[in-house]
Design a protein around this ligand. Structure first.
Ligand code: NAG
Ligand code: NAG
Ligand code: CU
Length: 220
């Protein structure tokens, strides 16, 4: 019964994403202050999958008219994703594409002026007029980049290609969602909820909580 329900859910999920592609975009790969690729074509339903490399990058959706500043309506922000050493951050940031309108995005790291230095990209950018080249050129005149106060507009998902402490298979089936954020000063605290096939963390926490609660009753 349970297996049937799960199988049905999987079929429904596959059917509704039959044409959707996941588009990988590397952020700061090989120490470049760049997104690679920095120009992609996507259709409605596709997922932009940002993978963060050293040292400390982010991705923010912006507007063409105001380079290196967050979009005035909607948008997304991954938070800063520090990576010590080499490799990738533990989580990638996935954003769903909801229209084929151009989406400009940039990195908000001001140490070494990432956005100003050309660390930006576009989804479905036009070939003339409001191009990525024009955005990057205008970005050179911006004093500093800014970012939203908290992570939003996408999901942080366990990155199977980061240097793993868990098995690749486990990482691939684990999905983490941001549940709360607080931006204070320069720091960003993230609280994530992760679900996986095993679900061991949450289950065991639940047992500990129930046990503690039971003990409290017994001892009162
Ligand atoms: C698309 O819609 C989802 C759900 O409302 C939102 O989280 C996401 O940020 C949107 N994508 C873009 C590129 O704005
Ligand atoms: C990453 O960069 C952000 C923004 O500059 C900063 O607030 C944060 O402290 C940095 N994190 C680390 C670990 O350096
Ligand atoms: Cu950057």
């Amino acid at each position: 019964m349970r297996a049937t329900t799960l199988a049905t859910a999987a079929v429904v999920a596959l059917a509704s994403h039959a044409n959707a592609d996941t588009i990988r975009i590397d952020v700061g790969q090989n120490n470049a202050l760049a997104f690679s690729p920095d120009s992609v074509t996507a259709k409605v339903g596709d997922i932009l999958d940002f993978h963060f490399h050293a040292i400390n990058h982010s991705v923010v959706m912006g507007d063409f008219d105001t380079p290196c500043a967050p979009a005035k309506t909607g948008g997304f922000f991954s938070g800063f994703m520090p990576v010590s050493g080499s490799g990738e951050a533990d989580e990638s940031f996935q954003v769903k594409v909801n229209s084929t309108d151009p989406i400009f995005f940039y990195c908000a790291q001001n140490t070494f002026s990432h956005c100003k230095s050309g660390m930006s990209g576009v989804v479905n950018g036009p070939s003339s007029g409001n191009t990525l080249a024009a955005y990057q050129s205008a970005a050179k005149n911006v004093k500093s980049a800014s970012n939203p106060a908290s992570v939003f507009g996408g999901s942080l998902v366990a990155d199977a290609s980061s240097s793993p402490t868990t098995s690749a298979a486990a990482a691939a089936t684990t999905s983490c969602t941001v549940t709360s954020n607080s931006g204070g000063g320069n720091g960003y605290k993230r609280s994530t909820t992760c679900t996986s096939g095993a679900g061991s963390v949450q289950v065991s926490l639940g047992i500990v909580a129930a046990f503690t609660f039971g003990m409290a009753i017994l001892m009162s």
